[in-house]
Design a protein around this ligand. Structure first.
Ligand code: UDP
Ligand code: MN
Length: 338
């Protein structure tokens, strides 16, 4: 009898232990799978396509041969003909990303804003959530532009300035602070920082997304690096030595993930300010600092000059489409100083 009770008690203990074990595993597993606990996979890496999508078979033998489509550090260089817009849109659509754009329209540059905004409606991330931030000292003169559903415009006041170099330089500071407001919630979203004296003429979409995105300047892409207008004085923090630099990138368009652009803006701003303390202004202000930054921190995606052309330049044969282009302007008439 005694022996029997002991066996029963043992069975109860073993069974209870088993059940507790199962319960513990269940709780810890389900805890691990709660939404808050899942480590977010950056939009950049998790590329999921719908299986029903029909599109042209990709080839690794046929494609653009007249231009280089990858950098020596294996970042794609985006040219027309290197991507399938329908495929890319269907990969990025379910991600529900927000693409911000910053644009400065200080002083007379407010005159460019209407065309910039209207053409952005036609070509810039059409069908995606877009938030355009305009920084201006003339908020009352900001044009009323009809924005499609999911697209938003925010106008922010900034002080006027007597020097265009200062306006241009303060952009990094304002971009840095704007991103700091958004980072806690949206570190996986994207931002592009664009010149206002330009118009969109063709698609600028998700093919341009990447961690750190730079645009190759249309004026120098055929030239040797020794002739690039980098800052050449070693005393400046934007300095690039004669054998350095990959491409000459535009100050008028760059972007990427919020956290990457934040790092860029913060670095360029502090280097610019430290230079200023020592009485140095880099050759092309923040464009020089940006070029130094991109030399050290290689862009993960490079946009061809399709993404920032200049209206006064005739279209070159390798440029199959001009997506965004600077308008011809009379500097003396629109800048506060010559
Ligand atoms: N900018 C501005 N007001 C000025 C000068 C410049 O708002 O008086 C801003 C504007 O966004 C402009 C950018 O700074 O697009 C860069 O200046 P700009 O376009 O004159 O330089 P460029 O493209 O001619 O090198
Ligand atoms: Mn410009």
């Amino acid at each position: 009898m005694k022996h029997l009770i002991n066996t029963k008690a043992l069975t109860v203990v073993v069974l209870s232990a088993l059940m507790l074990g199962v319960l513990f595993c269940y709780i810890s597993l389900s805890y691990r799978l709660t939404a808050d606990d899942v480590i977010p996979v950056s939009h950049e890496f998790h590329l999921v396509a719908p299986d029903h999508l029909q599109y042209e078979q990709p080839s690794i033998l046929r494609g653009r041969t007249d231009v280089v489509t990858v950098t020596p550090w294996l970042a794609p260089v985006v040219w027309e003909g290197t991507f399938n817009p329908v495929l890319l849109d269907s990969i990025y659509k379910p991600k529900n990303i927000i693409v911000s754009a910053t644009v400065f329209a200080v002083g007379k540059y407010i005159m460019f804003l209407k065309d910039f905004l209207e053409t952005a409606e036609q070509h810039f991330f059409v069908g995606f959530k877009v938030h355009i931030y305009v920084f201006t000292d003339r908020p009352n003169e900001a044009p009323q532009v009809r924005m499609a559903a999911g697209r938003q415009l925010t106008v922010r006041s900034v002080p006027s300035s007597k020097r265009w170099q200062e306006i241009s330089a303060r952009r990094m500071e304002l971009i840095q602070t704007l991103i700091e407001e958004q980072l806690p919630n949206r570190r996986d979203d994207y931002v592009f920082c664009l010149d206002v004296d330009s118009k969109f003429h063709g698609r600028w979409g998700v093919e341009s997304l990447g961690g750190l995105v730079a645009v190759i300047h249309p004026g120098y892409y055929k030239d040797g690096r020794s002739t690039f207008p980098y800052e050449r004085r070693p005393a400046s923090r934007a300095y690039l030595a004669p054998g350095g630099g990959d491409f000459y990138y535009c100050g008028g368009a760059f972007g990427g993930l919020l956290q990457e652009v934040h790092q860029l803006a913060k670095t360029c701003r502090s280097n610019f300010e430290a230079d200023a303390q020592e009485g140095i202004e880099a050759a092309w202000q923040e464009e020089s600092h940006l070029n130094r930054y991109m030399w050290i921190n290689k862009p993960t995606k490079v946009l061809s000059p399709e993404y920032l052309w200049q209206d006064f330049k005739p279209q070159n044969p390798e440029v199959h489409i001009i997506r965004f282009s600077g308008v011809v302007k009379n500097y003396a008439a629109i800048r506060p100083n010559a």
